[in-house]
Design a protein around this ligand. Structure first.
Ligand SMILES: [Mn+2]
Length: 331
């Protein structure tokens, strides 16, 4: 596919490592992912946002390195999943757009570039797996989808925190993006079409809970997921985000996972979701007709242990590819 000169100016090429031990009977994930200019009408693409400047919460920055690390983990993955029985080695066009050429000292300019690039990609009708970066970047990509979509956008955030701070230390931060999306984007993400899953932990505030409650925002706590099971929670979440909307956006802060599964993040939080919860969410949401994006935010490689958090990021991307293929098959 072709991008405009403006969008091309804001992109940096990213490379994929070659597979560890190539096998003629297995198509490696790496070889399934093509350059965006090599595929006419791709179904789904990868976009990295190596920007963690608004991660002011904990001093545990580093998510700007996640696009590189997550891509590096692709070398361990193939193209078939036996539980889903999905083969992404054929019948689906997957491309890599590389990374947004971010400006580390300018939040506004980085968001502008990110929005410009992702708007153009969404406008073409394809879906995106976005690799952050800190969670603040979600503001720019959801805004891009809102602009590219005629109607309204339904939004799911899987996270241990609601990220609806009014301002954070007077700044735009990785904790403010959802309030901004709900209150600053004209008429596009309604309170009634926003769901949060995985809330828990002592990093939270009663004032932000009041904002959620006052506006009737449905939050499924981590305890609720454990009690009711992830499938029933997703079913209810999908009803909320589908009601009257034209597109669905799934945002995943990696810290929604339990601390033991995702140590490599800015705010690792105990009592959380499991990797299989996450993969079920990605598959069930990803295969919906109107789903356009998943983002995987807040993976911080410098704080990771044996790359497990980055591997989880690679799994989410592959799972979204699988869900996209299923969506395509269902028409
Ligand atoms: Mn979080």
């Amino acid at each position: 596919m072709k991008l405009s000169e403006v969008a091309l100016k804001y992109l940096k090429k990213a490379s994929l490592p070659s597979s560890f031990a190539p096998d003629r009977y297995q198509t490696e994930l790496n070889s399934v992912i093509k350059g965006f200019d090599a595929v006419d009408k791709p179904d789904v693409g990868i976009l990295g946002i190596p920007f963690d400047t608004t991660s002011i919460w904990s001093g545990r920055r580093g998510s700007s390195m996640a696009p590189e690390f997550v891509r590096r983990m692709f070398q361990y993955l193939g193209s078939y999943e036996p539980q889903l029985k999905i083969d992404i080695s054929n019948g689906i066009g997957i491309v890599d757009f590389g990374d947004v050429d971010v400006m580390h000292t300018s939040v506004e300019e980085t968001y502008r570039r990110t929005e410009t690039v992702s708007y153009e990609i969404f406008k073409s009708g394809m879906s995106l797996a976005i690799i952050g970066g800190d969670h603040g970047n979600t503001y720019a990509t959801v805004k891009a989808l809102c602009r590219a979509t005629k109607g309204k956008v339904g939004l799911i955030n899987v996270d241990s925190h609601p990220d609806v701070r009014e301002s954070h230390h007077g700044e735009i931060s990785s904790g403010t993006q959802f309030r901004r999306l709900l209150t600053e984007i004209d008429n596009h993400v309604e309170f009634d079409n926003f769901v949060e899953i995985g809330m828990r932990g002592w990093e939270n505030s009663a004032a932000n809970q009041k904002f959620l409650d006052d506006n009737g925002i449905r939050c499924f706590t981590a305890a609720e997921v454990k009690e009711k099971g992830i499938s029933s929670v997703i079913k209810k979440a999908l009803e909320i985000v589908k009601e009257g909307t034209d597109a669905i956006y799934l945002s995943m802060d990696i810290d929604g996972l339990d601390i033991c599964y995702a140590p490599g993040t800015a705010a690792p939080t105990p009592g959380g979701l499991t990797p299989s919860d996450y993969l079920t969410i990605v598959y069930e949401v990803g295969r919906q007709k109107t789903t356009r994006a998943v983002d995987i935010m807040e993976i911080s490689p410098p704080f990771d242990s044996k790359d497990v958090t980055s591997i989880m990021g690679a799994y989410i991307v592959a799972q979204f590819f699988g869900a996209t293929k299923r969506r395509k098959e269902m028409g």
